[in-house]
Ligand binder design. Structure first.
Ligand code: ATP
Ligand code: MG
Length: 509
């Protein structure tokens, strides 16, 4: 029996063991009716695993689950959905080749009087749902893969909120959403909460946690640390509890030396045009600087990165690397020019799930050196170990399959892969999305250190202004696929970036 009416869910003494990994150790979790509850912990702490135990994706090794007054044995995601537990998983798990409407109604399609699927009704319902709840006007007859990841994420959310549920689980739903989309999601969450629905919200954005959540449960290394009312837990305390050590303000605010390096360029572009993607871009990247691209989602930040790396060839203009004009037809050309690109969309673009962490780390280096020049195993191992330590990648050992790592740790492996190529220019597109606060400041600090100490140039693209301010010594402001202006050194502040994006601040150039 559930012992307390106040709770819709109680999970007790949950163990979840994978071969060689104890992902959860006597973990517990108490969810009240009608509350928004955050599950916090570093990458690999066990948050997604706890959720998957609840929804029957994984079968727990030990422990009890009480739901709505009764003990349950979660069997499968479908069954958990049927009893009122609706989930948006960290990995978007919809079908790219089905239409948007099919994805929303799969398994519960509206039917006509003869039991046949009522396509017309399905499409119009889907369209309305997306419009009314999320303010999205989509062609629901297009395949899902037609839309960018952020939109796919919204579609997954639409699907989850459309089913009658008592618990809604959102595992990092906002990591690819813009501020406006996040606001909409929050409005929906508040509405559902008012209807008495309980929400489990997982996110690494502290701001969001403090804005939307009532309570918080902290996990560390698969163990329960405690549960707290949000107003009674200060941010620093929260971080200390997640990391298991005392932290002070300075550790979180990694500080950059704002002095701008001298005018030697690793990359220059002159009047570069990529049809529909980059408008007449003239800019440069200096040796040993961390330069940021700031702009709203869809402003063209990523398109410029794609152009620099040769993902999209240019239609006119000139790209110079190290002072020499280069022809760039494909990424391999730029890899040979010692440029590396860690793209935004790591789920799609980078991870080969069935390879080990070691193999994933040496992949880009291997591709660059040619598949025939085999790297000795001892060297591979040393390299993998070096980056596992440098980026604090949580693995049982270097031969673990990458698909079994937590989301945030997978991202770190991809960053390691590109660092291993020892590039002269490293382009990082949203490198800290989905990465916990502790590691996040380490990655920020790493970017700064690589630039200062090893003379590497880093392009840092992030939607988070604070992060740009902490890492960059120069920021290019991108809007409508062109460079509006740039901010240098001491001019860089969150306020100035925002004003510059709005067109109200023009910087010193
Ligand atoms: N299928 C699996 N096989 C083996 N180990 C796994 C598997 N799934 C998760 N793990 C391990 O369990 C631990 C917890 O992972 P989990 O995905 O729950 O972390 P998380 O808290 O969600 O992290 P993140 O913030 O990065 O998403 C990690 O050490 C991970 O490597
Ligand atoms: Mg996770």
């Amino acid at each position: 029996m559930g012992e307390n009416d106040e709770f819709i869910l109680q999970m007790k003494d949950i163990d979840m063991f994978f071969p060689g990994v104890k992902a959860l150790k006597k973990a517990k979790f108490n969810l009240k009716k009608g509350e928004i509850h955050s599950l916090m912990g570093e990458n690999g702490a066990g948050k997604s695993t706890l959720v998957k135990v609840l929804t029957g994706v994984y079968h727990k090794t030990a422990g009890q689950v009480f739901y709505d007054g009764k003990q349950i044995e979660p069997q499968s995601p479908l069954q958990s959905q049927q009893i009122g537990i609706s989930t948006v998983y960290q990995e978007v798990n919809l079908c790219g080749n089905l239409t948007v409407a099919e994805n929303i109604y799969i398994g519960r399609e509206p039917r006509g009087s003869f039991g046949q699927i009522d396509w017309h009704k399905m499409n119009s319902q889907a369209k309305e749902l997306l419009k009314n709840e999320l303010g999205l006007d989509l062609d629901v007859d297009k395949t899902l893969s037609f839309y960018p990841v952020a939109v796919q994420q919204m579609i997954a959310i639409a699907r989850a909120i459309d089913t009658q549920c008592k618990i809604l689980i959102l595992d990092e739903p906002t990591s690819s959403l813009s501020d406006r989309e996040t606001e909409r999601l929050f409005a929906i969450m508040r509405k559902l909460k008012a209807q008495g629905i309980s929400i489990i919200f997982i996110s690494h954005f502290l701001e969001q946690i403090y804005t939307i959540c009532d309570r918080i449960t902290i996990l560390r290394d698969g163990e329960y640390v405690g549960e707290y009312d949000i107003p009674h837990l200060e941010r620093l305390q929260l971080i200390s509890k997640m990391m298991g050590k005392e932290v002070n303000e300075n550790q979180i605010e990694s500080n950059v030396d704002k002095s701008v390096p001298k005018d030697e360029y690793i990359v220059e572009t002159n009047n570069v045009v990529v049809d529909g993607k980059v408008k007449d871009l003239t800019m440069n990247i200096k040796k040993g600087e961390v330069v940021g691209f700031a702009g709203l989602l869809g402003s063209g930040r990523t398109e410029i990165a794609d152009m620099l790396f040769g993902v999209t060839p240019i239609n006119s203009g000139e790209i110079k690397v190290d002072g020499v004009s280069v022809k760039v037809k494909e990424p391999m050309d730029q890899m040979m020019n010692r440029i590396a690109f860690c793209p935004e969309d790591r789920k799609i673009a980078g991870i080969i799930g069935d390879l080990s962490v070691r193999e994933n780390i040496i992949l880009a280096l291997q591709a660059k050196d040619g598949m025939f020049k085999h790297m000795p195993m001892s060297e591979q191992k040393a390299l993998a170990d070096k980056y596992i330590e440098l980026l604090r990648i949580k693995v049982s050992d270097r031969e673990q399959l990458i698909k079994n790592l937590s989301g945030g740790n997978q991202q770190k492996v991809i960053i390691a892969r590109w660092l291993a190529t020892k590039p002269n220019l490293l382009i990082l597109d949203e490198p800290t999305r989905g990465i916990d606060v502790g590691t996040k400041s380490e990655i920020e600090a790493l970017a700064v250190r690589l630039a200062k100490e090893e003379g590497m140039s880093v392009v840092f693209i992030s939607g988070e202004m604070g992060e740009m301010v902490r890492t960059c010594s120069r920021i290019l402001i991108i809007r409508d696929h062109e460079k509006l202006t740039e901010l240098n050194g001491d001019e860089i502040s969150t306020a100035h970036i925002m004003q510059a994006i709005a067109g109200d601040y023009h910087g010193s150039n």
